[in-house]
Design a protein around this ligand. Structure first.
Ligand code: SF4
Ligand code: SF4
Length: 324
């Protein structure tokens, strides 16, 4: 109960940080290990320093909390290879989001939201992640009780299969909703970035996703205003460069050895001008006080009352300075 109140309080304070563009949260690779070898993933190909051990990792997370980091993304590798660290993070931070490939279940963690990466329908998902993985992941999802967010990274391989993927998951048991980002290419020489969809081509995909929002409502975690900030004839120019991106002001990211990584989850090699992050557009939409985006964020992301509640909506309007 106390922790839920702490999370709510932190959620309401997010506006203050957003307005001031001040430090708020971050991400931590709690392990470099992964139990999959996805073809589109650079992670397992890179040489990395050893992970901090359990004791060091817990002490490190407590230091981050003292430093002012209130919310944290637990990343990897596959974070659930260290379930004890996930559980400890739930006690330390006000809100955590665990990004998982879904093969290891969803152990209960305080104040946690699970984000399950899905690349497409079975044939697409398995082509990228390995034979049988889709069935394994969906069986696990269906046969437990935690509600999870589905995270689709739109790329060349799945661009033409979005409708099928959305239909497959949107009303599925244990799915809270679906959110999207675009594959972010890297600037490392030799990286072919064959999954990249150029900015101009993305515009149509964004319209398609906004169409799903109109059809399926709040289960699609992507508003018109978020789409606007990803489009070439919208607001993408306002943020898609290192000098302009707001992420580095609000978030810090750390590697599994405890070293500062970079100011965004994609790391130092990300090509900002073709960035496909949907969190930055979300933050801009909230800075604009777009009511639909703010309600979506509070209900879906922060896990506040999910149903359409008059009082809740009125309070959000008051909070963002809109007439009730
Ligand atoms: S599950 Fe994630 S970290 Fe692991 S190989 Fe696949 S994309 Fe990479
Ligand atoms: S790659 Fe990272 S720093 Fe660059 S624009 Fe995207 S979110 Fe911002």
């Amino acid at each position: 109960m106390l922790q839920t109140l702490r999370r709510y309080n932190t959620a309401w304070n997010f506006f203050k940080h957003l307005s001031e563009e001040s430090f708020f949260g971050g991400g931590l690779d709690i392990t470099n290990r992964c139990n999959l070898r996805c073809t589109h993933c650079y992670w397992w190909r890179q040489k990395k320093n050893p992970d901090l051990n359990d004791e060091q990792m817990i002490a490190f997370m407590k230091d981050l909390r003292r430093k002012g980091l209130k919310v944290i993304y637990l990343l990897g590798g596959e974070p659930l290879l260290r379930p004890n660290i996930c559980a400890e993070a739930g006690k330390i931070f006000d809100f955590i989001m665990i990004f998982t490939n879904g093969t290891l279940g969803y152990p209960p963690v305080n104040n946690a939201l699970y984000s399950l990466s899905i690349d497409g329908p079975e044939r697409v998902h398995d082509k990228l992640r390995g034979k049988g993985i889709f069935k394994k992941v969906t069986n696990i999802l269906d046969n437990q009780s935690t509600k999870v967010m589905i995270h689709i990274t739109v790329c060349r391989s799945n661009r033409d299969h979005l409708k099928e993927t959305v239909e497959h998951f949107v009303n599925r048991k244990n799915v809270r909703g679906i959110y999207f980002c675009f594959y972010c290419p890297s600037v490392v020489p030799g990286d072919k970035n064959t999954e990249t969809i150029p900015l101009q081509e993305r515009d149509d995909v964004i319209d398609e996703i906004v169409g799903y929002r109109r059809k399926y409502g709040e289960k699609i975690f992507f508003t018109d205003r978020v789409g606007y900030y990803l489009k070439t004839n919208g607001g993408v120019d306002r943020w898609n460069s290192l000098s302009k991106c707001i992420t580095k002001k609000l978030f810090e990211f750390y590697a599994a050895d405890g070293k500062y990584k970079y100011h965004c989850a994609y790391g130092a090699e990300a090509e900002c001008k073709n960035c496909g992050c949907s969190q930055v557009p979300l933050m801009h939409a909230m800075q604009d006080r777009d009511l639909e985006t703010c309600l979506m964020s509070y209900k879906d992301y922060w896990g506040m009352p999910y149903h359409d509640n008059f009082l809740f909506n009125a309070f959000v309007k008051y909070k963002i300075g809109q007439p009730g």
